[in-house]
Ligand binder design. Structure first.
Ligand code: ADP
Ligand code: ZN
Length: 709
């Protein structure tokens, strides 16, 4: 008989782990089990096993063991605890984040897909028809076939199984690796690239910041270092921030090495994720390309981690645990003793500041491979307002598009807002239509003719008519219509969250654009990043001001990055590229620096503002939000937190009521300080009071990406 500490699937019980007992030796730390709590059956995760001790309460037995083998190794177990502490999150939420859906401790988990197989019964002695013999011969060489495959050779497999010639059995469905034709790199590396590659040391725990303008050959550097790690028989993880970027990276990586890489991102279904997870766990695959969730894969021998576009906010998870992929990568590089390469044309201020302080090793690629930057034209939107829709399609942009279309070149237009009309007003009252559950405006989507909330997904049945509602603004859907109207013979394609809902649609849209089935691609920030299409010679940034007016401390940094990225999409091949940037703020430093590709200048200027306001990287922030359907309850909880949290070294901002979302009133306290460890320890300590009150709900975000108002 042993005692086991078990973390239960629901994070809302009083404590992190509960003790159960069992005399079943098969139970190991890292397995899922079924237990009862308050007369309910719950799935739990075994985190500790020990000899019975005396406890002041009755220890209940474990009802059932779910797994046959350990599903989480020691490294990932430790990681879950590190995360729980660092992000002030329930331990169970960290386990749930690390494990793929099929393996999560959850009552409603779906079984893993099984495949029926057949193999020869070694003892069979039957006379066979020629057709049957054909299948039997095949099985002698192949050893096993799936039932479906076997039936292609002899349709009545069932009879052979019944006669005992074949044995039928089941295995887990597994990914079938594909043959990939290798394409070697037949260019000469630039001196910058050579020197970058030689600086990155395998087997070291160094974090490198590879700062190189778009098209400076960063990806080539990753691939060359990856090659070295592969030669050492190590695994390599290359991360990109968005699913839309995975097809390109996968193609480039797999062709270069002539290997079928593992792919891991949220666009895969649970079964596909599980199959990729297994390939990594069993070390059947060495190269992995994925988005942020791939950082949790069960690597056995990781030799290199790459985070491309390291500044991208998609590397931060938007719910509990609010982790940043960079933190996780740094924890994992310690276990695997491998380098982490952060690449970007516009590094996050934190990373660049760390590089300047030699916490990271800075490596720079200062030239574009093709030695030409696109020509940037700034358009003062104020001068265009006399034209119909001039704020969106200025005369210079219209001419530039016309010119490129005539030359049979391609155009990318960026507009950071999806939908048709972002703001709708009631004609009579002039009131903006808001979501009944959130404090945000409803967006009109013309395609399905609905008003939709982009936060909670609420759809209004009140359809807009000219009589009752008037609209303002422009989303991608309406902009595509406008462009199509101006260029009737062009093929116009749109890519945003609405057109990429279906599985595989990212890849499909991009591939059709790459193959020039379309002339113009219109999209949200999704298209601003990383695309490398030689025939794109014009990028139009429709509303460059989108982020500049936002009052979040990080929004200028993010707009700058988007502008730099977006302009980097133009002229990546042999043809000279052009960028048209429409703005109301021609003199804003973010615009000026982006136009002239002056990262360091921007960095200095922005750091000055951060210093003045003592914002990160000059301080650390933790955002604690209490929420409830009743406003008063959230308020009281936040006030209590404010009351309990006393530390003279940590500044508190709030409690402040912020936007209601999905019917939840939210009240926030922001903590600001210089020593993150102290802040985290103190938050954990104070939050402990709340973990014991079942009915207070809150979220903690350590190093939030922004502070919404
Ligand atoms: P980044 O990742 O910095 O945007 P890439 O590695 O994608 O840059 O390189 C930009 C383009 O230049 C790609 O098409 C790539 O194949 C090509 N390229 C990279 N390095 C070289 C080189 N040394 N010689 C010629 N072409 C190169
Ligand atoms: Zn809503």
């Amino acid at each position: 008989m042993k005692y086991y500490d078990i973390v239960l699937e629901d994070g809302f019980f009083f404590q992190d782990a509960y003790t159960y007992k069992s005399s079943n030796d098969a139970i190991k730390v890292g397995m899922r089990v079924m237990v009862t709590i308050q007369n309910r059956e719950r799935v739990g995760f075994v985190v500790k096993a020990y000899e019975p001790i005396s406890l002041p309460y009755e220890v209940l037995p474990i009802k059932e063991v779910i797994d046959e083998e350990v599903i989480l190794n020691q490294e990932l177990m430790d990681l879950a605890y590190t995360m729980a502490h660092h992000y002030v999150a329930p331990t169970i939420s960290c386990f749930q984040t690390i494990l793929p859906n099929k393996l999560r401790p959850k009552s409603n988990h779906r079984p893993i897909k099984m495949v029926r197989m057949v193999r020869l019964n070694p003892n069979h002695q039957h006379s066979l028809t020629p057709k049957q013999a054909e299948l039997v011969n095949l099985l002698e060489t192949k050893k096993r076939l799936s039932y479906t495959q076997a039936r292609k050779f002899y349709s009545n497999v069932k009879v052979l199984v019944e006669k005992g010639v074949l044995e039928a059995y089941e295995i887990e469905a597994m990914y079938e690796p594909q043959e990939i034709k290798q394409e070697t790199f037949n260019h000469v590396l630039t001196q910058d690239q050579e020197s970058a590659i030689s600086k990155i040391k395998l087997g070291s725990q160094t974090t490198y910041l590879l700062h190189g303008v778009t098209g400076s050959g960063k990806t080539e550097v990753y691939l060359h270092v990856a090659e070295k790690a592969l030669k050492n028989n190590q695994q390599v993880l290359i991360m990109v921030p968005e699913i839309s970027l995975t097809p390109q990276m996968i193609e480039r990586v797999s062709k270069r090495f002539g290997r079928d890489v593992a792919i891991y991102h949220s666009g895969l279904n649970d079964q596909e994720k599980y199959e990729q997870y297994k390939r990594v766990k069993e070390a059947k695959v060495k190269l992995i390309v994925g988005t942020r969730s791939s950082i949790f894969l069960p690597f056995t021998n990781l030799g290199l981690i790459v985070m491309d576009e390291e500044h991208d906010t998609s590397y931060k998870q938007g719910n509990t645990p609010y982790y940043h992929t960079r933190d996780i990568a740094q924890w994992r590089q310690k276990t695997h003793n491998c380098p982490l390469v952060l690449g970007s044309a516009s590094p996050s201020l934190e990373s660049y500041a760390r590089a300047l302080r030699n916490v990271y090793t800075l490596i720079e690629l200062s030239h574009r491979i093709n030695h030409q930057f696109p020509k940037v034209t700034l358009v003062d939107t104020n001068q265009q307002l006399h034209r119909p829709h001039g704020a969106y399609l200025s005369a210079p942009l219209e001419n530039a598009i016309q010119h490129r279309l005539e030359k049979k070149e391609q155009v990318v237009l960026l507009l950071n807002r999806r939908g048709y009309l972002p703001i709708l007003k009631d004609v009579k009252t002039q009131k903006v239509l808001e979501c009944p559950h959130c404090d945000v405006a409803l967006n009109y989507h013309k395609f399905d003719h609905v008003l939709r909330c982009h936060i909670c997904g609420y759809q209004s049945n009140k359809t807009p008519t000219n009589m009752t509602l008037t609209g303002q603004g422009m989303g991608t859907e309406r902009f595509a219509e406008l462009i199509q109207h101006h260029f009737p013979s062009a093929n116009v394609l749109r890519m945003d969250a609405d057109t990429t809902r279906r599985k595989g649609s990212h890849a499909k849209i991009l591939s059709s654009f790459i193959h020039h089935e379309y002339d113009i691609l219109i999209g949200t920030q999704m298209i601003a990043k990383g695309l490398d299409i030689p025939n794109v010679t014009l990028v139009g940034i429709v509303n460059a001001d989108a982020g500049l007016v936002h009052d979040d401390y990080r929004s200028v940094e993010q707009s700058f990055a988007t502008l730099l990225q977006a302009s980097g999409r133009s002229g990546r091949g042999d043809k000279v590229g052009e960028v048209v940037l429409q703005t109301f703020n021609q003199d804003h430093y973010a615009i000026v620096c982006a136009v002239h590709q002056k990262y360091k200048h921007f960095f200095k200027q922005e750091m000055m503002y951060r210093k003045l306001a003592s914002y990160p990287p000059y301080s650390f922030l933790i955002s604690v939000v209490f929420y409830d359907e009743k406003e008063e309850k959230a308020q009281v909880a936040a006030e209590l937190f404010d009351h309990l949290f006393i530390d003279p070294t940590i500044q508190k901002i709030g409690p402040t009521g912020i936007r209601r979302l999905s019917n939840r009133y939210r009240v926030r306290v922001i903590l600001k300080g210089k020593d993150l460890d102290t802040m985290i320890n103190k938050t954990n300590e104070v939050i402990q009071h709340y973990r014991q009150r079942e009915n207070v709900r809150f979220t903690v975000d350590v190093n939030p990406m922004g502070i919404e108002s």
